[in-house]
Design a protein around this ligand. Structure first.
Ligand code: SF4
Length: 461
C-alpha cells in the first residue's frame, strides 16, 4: 500500500500525509467518558460525532455513547444555540445522564457559538433539571490534537465542578491523580499502584470500568466506572496533585493549583523503569507513605527482565511516533534498555516535545530526527534513508513496516484498531513495562525465526 513512498524528502508546509494525531473532540469525548454518568455531547454536525465515536469504538472494542447537536444548513448560518438547547432538553429527558459534557467542533467554532452563555441561559430558564450538570470545552480541530482536546475537557470539568467554599474547613487528604491520555487499562494499573501504596486519591478522568467493562449480558448506558461528580467537586479540598504527562495534564494541574492553591508535581507518563519510579516516589512523598515490598518486588522483576535480555535490546535502532506524552516517556524507556531512537515524531504541535526528546536522546544519538507536528509519511521517508530495527506506534504504522520488508513492529499508543488485547494490558507501571519488553523481544525473535537459515534457528535463547 505504501510501496510508492519515495526516499526523497521535500519540504511541505500546508500538507500532512498520515498525520500522527486526530482531532480535538475525540480527546474531549474520551475524557468525558471518564466521568461517571456523563453523556459526551458533540456540538456540531452528525458526521463529526459519528467519526469520533467510531474511532474510540475501534480502539476499545466497546460501545461509545455520545450525542450531537445535529447541525444542518440552518444552524450553520444562524448559530447552534437552538440546536444545543433542544439537545440538552432531549438528552436529560431520554437518556437521563447525571451530567452532559459539551465539546465544540470545527463548525461550531467557526460560527463562534458562545457555549458558556448558552449553558447559563438554560440554567436561568430552568431547563437544566435540578441536581444535573452541564460542562463544556472548546475543541476546534484546526488547532491542537486529540491530546489537547482531552486536556481541555479535564480542565473544563475542574473549572465547572470543583469547589472550595469560603470558610469551609474541609480536607479530604486525597491526592488528585491526573493520569493523562492513557488507556482504561493504564488507568486501572495506576489505581492499583496507588492502592498498593495505600494513598487516598481521586483520579480524573477514569475510564476503567467504562471502556473495559466486563461482559455481563446486560447493557448499561452508564457503567459503574468513571470519576463521580462528588469526587470532582472535592478535588479542591485535596492535598496535592500528581499530573502525568505535560501535554495532557499540565493545564488541569495548573487550574487546580491556581484556583485551590494546591501544590502539584508534573511527571512524564509512568512508562518504563525510571518514569514509574518517579510516579511511585511522587505518590510516596505527597501521600507520606512507605513503598511496600510488593512494589519493590515488582520493580525487581522488571529489572531482572531487562538485565536478562539486555544483549537483544542493546544498540537496536528504533523509530517511534504517536502522542507526545507517550512518545517522550517511551523514548526514555527505550534509551534505558540500551536501544537507539533514530526517528521520534508526534503529530501534536509543541516545541516542548522536541526539547524533551532531545534532552533524552542527544547523549546517545545527537543525529536523531525529532519533530513535532509531523506525520507518518515523513517518518517513512526518513526510515527509507536510514533503516531501523524496530518501529513503534499506532496501527497506521503497519503499512510502513510492510512496505519496508516487514520491519519488526510493536503496536503502542493510540489508536490500535487492528488488534484486541492492548485494551486489557497496561503500558504504564512496572507491569506495563514488562508487557512492552515482551512485545519488543518477541518481534525480534520472530523475525530471526522467520528469516534465519535453518541451522541458525535456535530452540533455546
Ligand atoms: S476535524 Fe473538525 S470537521 Fe473534521 S471530524 Fe474533527 S471536528 Fe469534525
Amino acid at each position: 500500500m505504501l510501496d510508492g513512498t519515495t526516499a526523497e524528502i521535500r519540504e511541505r508546509k500546508a500538507l500532512r500525509i498520515n498525520p500522527a494525531k486526530t482531532c480535538q473532540p475525540v480527546g474531549a469525548m474520551y475524557a468525558a467518558l471518564g466521568i461517571h454518568g456523563c453523556m459526551p455531547h458533540s456540538h456540531g454536525s452528525q458526521g463529526c460525532c459519528a467519526y469520533h465515536r467510531s474511532h474510540l469504538t475501534r480502539h476499545f472494542k466497546e460501545p461509545v455513547i455520545a450525542t450531537t447537536s445535529s447541525f444542518t444548513e440552518g444552524a450553520s448560518v444562524f448559530g447552534g444555540m437552538s440546536n444545543l438547547t433542544t439537545a440538552m432538553n432531549n438528552i436529560f429527558k431520554i437518556y437521563d445522564p447525571k451530567i452532559i459534557a459539551v465539546h465544540t467542533t470545527c463548525l461550531s467554532e467557526v460560527i463562534g457559538d458562545d457555549i458558556p452563555m448558552i449553558i447559563k441561559k438554560n440554567i436561568a430558564d430552568g431547563k437544566i433539571p435540578e441536581g444535573k450538570y452541564v460542562i463544556h470545552a472548546n475543541t476546534p480541530s484546526f488547532t491542537g490534537s486529540h491530546v489537547t482536546g482531552f486536556s481541555s475537557m479535564v480542565t473544563g470539568a475542574i473549572k465547572y465542578l470543583a469547589k472550595k467554599e469560603e470558610g469551609v474547613e474541609k480536607k479530604t487528604g486525597k491526592i488528585n491523580i491526573l493520569p493523562g491520555y492513557v488507556d482504561a487499562s493504564d488507568m486501572r494499573e495506576l489505581k492499583r499502584l496507588a492502592g498498593e501504596l495505600k494513598v487516598p486519591f481521586t483520579m480524573l478522568p477514569d475510564t476503567s470500568d467504562v471502556l473495559d467493562s466486563p461482559q455481563t449480558g446486560v447493557y448499561k448506558m452508564y457503567p459503574k466506572g468513571g470519576t463521580t461528580i462528588e469526587e470532582i467537586q472535592d478535588m479542591g479540598y485535596g492535598k496535592a496533585t500528581l499530573a502525568c504527562g505535560e501535554f495532557a495534564s499540565k493545564a488541569p494541574a495548573i487550574e487546580l493549583s491556581r484556583s485551590y492553591d494546591l501544590p502539584f508535581e508534573l511527571n512524564r507518563l509512568p512508562i518504563g523503569l525510571k518514569n514509574t519510579d518517579k510516579f511511585v516516589d511522587s505518590l510516596r512523598r505527597l501521600g507520606g507513605v512507605e513503598v511496600p515490598y510488593s512494589l519493590t518486588a515488582e520493580r525487581g522483576r522488571l529489572l531482572d527482565f531487562i538485565s536478562d535480555m539486555a544483549q537483544y535490546f542493546s544498540g537496536k535502532k528504533v523509530a517511534l511516533y504517536g502522542d507526545p506524552d507517550h512518545v517522550i516517556a517511551l523514548t526514555e524507556f527505550l534509551v534505558e534498555i540500551g536501544m537507539i531512537p533514530t526517528v521520534v515524531i508526534t503529530g501534536t504541535p509543541g516545541k516542548r516535545f522536541v526539547q524533551e526528546v532531545k534532552s533524552i536522546v542527544d547523549p546517545i544519538n545527537p543525529e536523531a530526527h525529532i519533530e513535532a507536528y509531523s506525520d507518518i509519511h515523513k517518518l517513512h521517508q526518513i526510515i527509507k534513508n536510514k533503516p531501523v530495527d524496530l518501529l513503534m506506534g499506532n496501527s497506521y504504522g503497519k503499512y510502513v513496516a510492510r512496505a519496508e520488508g516487514n520491519i519488526p513492529f510493536v503496536r503502542f499508543g493510540w489508536p490500535i484498531m487492528d488488534r484486541c488485547g492492548h485494551r486489557f494490558f497496561p503500558s504504564v507501571g512496572y507491569r506495563g513495562a514488562m508487557y512492552l519488553l515482551d512485545k519488543i523481544i518477541d518481534q525480534f525473535f520472530d523475525k530471526d525465526d522467520r528469516e534465519n537459515p535453518e541451522e541458525l534457528v535456535e530452540l533455546v535463547l
